[in-house]
Design a protein around this ligand. Structure first.
Ligand SMILES: *Cc1c(COP(=O)(O)O)cnc(C)c1O
Length: 464
């Protein structure tokens, strides 16, 4: 399998280089040149298989010859062995025709673990074999950072730096990043918001000297391997509710568009997905672009679902590239426009194409709170604010008779105890393995929103 950049000016790479590289050198994102396809019969045969078996089948076509079948099976097995649910990503019925896909049974209680645990295992094998050391720098709105630190801590071949917006992550999220004792992981609290963190990360990747000097790699959702790992649970959950005989709908709480793009990929691969619904919080740039064709950056409004407090949604570029028949010239034009004027406008024909694939909705702070409390009252289920955002939108879009609607529950309520308590009166408890989280010492560096300083801090730390 070969991978191409959405901006068409970077070399084609195979899976291993795409995984290690992260961002393409032309500023674009890598995507597979073509989509593998699974027939209805092939999908039917997955029914009854374990999460790990389906993961192997779904991801195998993407990895080419990077790992042997035996190696890849071992990687998958190790990645999910510590998940607290034996189904790994279980589907539970919420009410009526709405189901919840619980993606938070990994070590840091959010869906980011599903991909990050796999990436940790893949990186380790690949880097050992290449006898290579790399520096992973990540930008996080909270959950990617903790998942990356958990996946990479203690590994010899990687040094990890995670930039998060100071003061804008939950206490649990922050402590998951700052309490690791391993020296190869570093938390950086940036004086800025998530978009600033992500912009500084892109600055670093666009400085090729720096990039090559430290062997910079990224595990942000711009890394294709993460999207790939997330395709798997669309298959397992759809099969659990009756696919491929039945069609299914999905609603996905969305920030950087990685998770929902994985759903788009699953559909391209033959999974009978009817609706793919984008759910945003009050930072609703994606809802606006689907409805109006105008992608316009506004100021980030901090919300109770901080992992979705995003304006620049990186993976949206991948969706546009594919929906516009891999027209990299058009993508370059749009992204240049965005850089210069903080917005771009799609043609009416392009909007139609976008709307043929995605529906969208948003949830205000009040609506999210109401959803947490009403779902708790009606069903006894506690939801994190991100999952509640999805559930609010899913209810509105759930009008297809007997097509099941699956909402992605992206984090455990225990990761956002204050918001959940404020809405429901119940304070969810952390699981046993992190019950001492608030007693552990924190280790964090405060950094300005200044690329020069951030680079210096990283270099100093690597050399110390
Ligand atoms: C990251 C995250 C999201 C958004 O996912 P994207 O792939 O960025 O769209 C939603 N909910 C939670 C809890 C997250 O951690």
């Amino acid at each position: 399998m070969k991978y191409v950049s959405t901006r068409g000016k970077a070399p084609e790479l195979d899976f291993e280089d795409v995984m290690i590289t992260g961002l393409a050198r032309d500023g674009g994102l890598y995507v597979p040149k073509e989509w593998p396809f699974f027939s209805e019969e092939m999908i039917s045969k997955m029914d009854g298989c374990s999460y790990e078996e389906i993961a192997f089948q779904v991801m195998r076509p993407f990895i080419g010859s990077t790992f042997t079948d035996l190696e890849f099976k071992e990687i998958i097995k190790k990645s999910y062995k510590d998940f607290s649910s034996f189904e790994r990503c279980p589907v539970v019925k919420l009410k009526d025709n709405i189901f919840v896909l619980e993606l938070y049974h990994g070590p840091t209680l959010a869906f980011k673990d599903v991909a990050m645990q796999l990436i940790g295992q893949m990186f380790e094998l690949s880097l050992k074999r290449r006898n290579q050391k790399i520096v992973i720098v990540g930008a996080t709105s909270g959950d990617t950072g903790s998942a990356a630190i958990e996946a990479f801590k203690g590994l010899d071949s990687v040094e990890v730096f995670i930039m998060y917006p100071d003061g804008a992550v939950s206490d649990v999220q922050r402590r998951q990043m700052t309490t690791a004792t391993e020296n190869n992981v570093n938390a950086l609290a940036v004086d800025g918001n998530f978009d600033d963190c992500q912009a500084r990360l892109k600055d670093m990747f666009n400085d090729f000297d720096f990039r090559d000097e430290i062997n910079l790699a990224s595990v942000n959702s711009i890394n294709w391997a993460r999207v790939m790992a997330q395709v798997v649970y669309y298959f397992t959950s759809a099969i659990a509710v009756g696919a491929p005989k039945k069609k299914v709908n999905f609603t996905v709480p969305t920030g950087n568009f990685g998770d929902i793009f994985a759903g788009y990929v699953a559909k391209k691969m033959g999974l009978p997905i009817e609706k793919l619904v984008i759910a945003t919080n009050q930072n609703d740039i994606l809802d606006r672009v689907v409805k109006s064709g105008v992608y316009k950056i506004e100021r980030v409004k901090p919300s109770i679902s901080p992992s979705m407090d995003i304006q620049v949604s990186s993976n949206f570029e991948r969706a546009l590239f594919d929906i516009f028949s891999q027209d990299s010239l058009r993508i370059r034009t749009l992204m240049d426009e965005l850089r210069i004027s903080e917005k771009f406008k799609l043609t009416s024909e392009e909007v139609e194409k976008l709307q043929a694939v995605f529906e969208s909705g948003s949830s205000s702070e009040e609506e999210t709170n109401d959803t947490i409390s009403s779902i708790f009252e009606e069903t006894g289920t506690l939801m994190c604010p991100h999952s509640a955002t999805g559930t609010k939108v899913a209810k509105e879009k759930n009008d297809d008779g007997d097509v099941p609607m699956i909402v992605l529950a992206t984090a455990s309520p225990a990761k956002f105890p204050n918001a959940v308590k404020a809405a429901s009166g119940i304070s969810p408890k952390l699981p046993a393995h992190m019950s001492d989280l608030f007693d552990r010492g924190e280790r964090v560096k405060m950094v300005p929103n200044d690329i020069k300083r951030i680079k210096e801090i990283i270099i100093e730390s690597i050399n110390s």
